[in-house]
Design a protein around this ligand. Structure first.
Ligand code: FAD
Length: 410
């Protein structure tokens, strides 16, 4: 793939019209006055038929699951349909991230991570029960792994626990920095099974919780540097008693740590399209401003040091767009992206988005530091791409680990 197709561009225009009509008028309230983004997201889900499409797909896959493995079912192979889904989603994400990385983060965590975790590891009954409301955004989802003392070392230092109590489990622990935490209706709570083994040997399990369960409390949204369109909070569990049907997959044997790794892979892959939105918007705003702003008797676009910034943004835009195109091609070929490639993709995209946003602020001079000129928000937002879903440093170690392991095998 070397460029967006006519269909993609037509869809992009639809998204742009939606942003003009529905997002821009609410942006001030969402970005600066603490209004949650969920009404806008419900409208987006409805307007583009995203909920209906995803629910139809869910029903289809549940039917297939009920029939069991069948000789007529072909193994995963080339799929132009899957590629088209990836492409249209990338267009949507890119366009929205030009205005609010937060709004798309809130959506991605609810629909991609929370529903995705149940879809990939849940029982058919759990999928039927919890996933449709998440896909239609009738319910808001949160995915909770990070704890006050366990961030990058998510599994090693995890203290949250589940203890068996007859047919039930008793859950305890606290989670922090949880996207949608303050408003989530459905929460994936990841913890360790306290079955008498030494802490380092305990299995990781995950549970599906409702916000109103006794013993579960959510904090108010935390105040943060950027990403204001995405409420982030803490969750506290004090002897929350849940039946076994809340255990994802209803088995303690399927390791939830590999489910969480699937989730890391998905969210890291998604960062490229988000970064692309930030880079494109920084470039558009910078081109515009540099041609309008006159200093020393000429537009600043005529100064070579300003041109260097514009050229660097173009190189970043081309590279990150090519990463997105590769993801579409991989989907077309029926191939999954592995965690090392997802990490490389995230590391690069996040770093160049941050560089472009900083350069855009610089190019705007004093105006770049003012909230009125949107590069200020893009810059605050871009920083989080280097932190959530695993920091830059963690991506580096993931990539190196995988390279070294490959070398050891060959
Ligand atoms: C806005 C936002 C939203 C988030 N949403 C969610 C969510 O929905 N769900 C969720 O579970 N979590 C969420 N997180 C948490 C996020 O994933 C963690 O913040 C991130 O993984 C880093 O963990 P930490 O903050 O504890 O930093 P730490 O792990 O304490 O890291 C501190 C510093 O040490 C470095 N470091 C750590 N280990 C190593 C190492 N081995 N080698 C080199 N350097 C290292 C890090 O890179 C970092 O620079 C969110 C975070 C933010 C900021």
């Amino acid at each position: 793939m070397i460029e967006w197709s006519e269909t993609h561009l037509a869809f992009r225009d639809m998204v742009r019209r939606f942003i003009e009509a529905e997002i821009k008028p609410k942006l001030e309230a969402i970005e600066h006055e603490g209004e949650p983004p969920y009404d806008v997201l419900r409208k987006m889900t409805k307007s583009f038929g995203l909920g209906e499409l995803a629910i139809a797909e869910l029903r289809h896959s549940l039917e297939r699951e009920k029939r069991g493995p069948s000789p007529e079912l072909k193994p995963r192979g080339p799929s132009p349909e899957a590629a088209e889904r990836v492409a249209l989603q990338a267009v949507l994400v890119t366009e929205l991230c030009r205005y609010s990385l937060g709004i798309i983060t809130a959506w991605g965590v609810s629909v991609g991570l929370t529903a995705g975790a149940i879809m990939s590891r849940g029982t058919p009954a759990q999928k039927e029960r919890f996933v449709p409301d998440l896909l239609s955004m009738q319910k808001i989802g949160a995915w909770a792994i990070t704890e006050p003392d366990s961030g990058s070392d998510a599994f090693g230092s995890m203290k949250s626990s589940a203890r068996r109590d007859g047919d039930h489990y008793i859950l305890n622990g606290s989670k922090t920095f949880i996207t949608n935490g303050p408003y989530a209706d459905t929460i994936i709570f990841i913890c360790k099974l306290d079955d008498g083994r030494a802490p380092a040997e305990r299995r990781v399990v995950s549970f599906i919780l409702d916000r109103d369960m006794p013993g579960l409390t959510a904090s108010k949204p935390l105040r943060k540097m950027g990403l204001h369109g995405s409420p982030t909070g803490q969750l506290f569990l004090d002897d929350v008693r849940v039946p076994r049907d809340r255990l994802v997959g209803e088995t303690e044997e399927a390791p939830a740590s590999s489910g969480a790794k699937d989730t890391f892979t998905a969210e890291r892959t998604g960062v490229a399209a988000m970064a692309l939105g930030i880079i494109e918007e920084c470039q558009t705003l910078s081109l515009d401003y540099s041609q309008r702003r006159v200093q020393f008797g000429r537009p600043i676009s005529q100064f070579q040091l300003i041109q260097l910034k514009l050229a660097n943004m173009e190189v970043a835009r081309m590279n990150v767009q090519n990463l997105v195109f590769r993801q579409i091609e991989l989907a077309a070929a029926g191939r999954r992206i592995d965690i090392a490639e997802a990490s490389a993709c995230k590391l690069y995209s996040a770093q160049v988005a941050m560089q472009c946003a900083l350069e855009a602020v610089q190019l705007f001079g004093g105006n770049g530091y003012m909230a009125e000129y949107r590069v200020e928000q893009l810059c605050r937002d871009a920083k989080v791409l280097q932190i959530y879903a695993g920091t830059d440093e963690i991506q580096v170690s993931q990539i190196a680990r995988s390279l070294l392991a490959r070398r050891a095998i060959s």
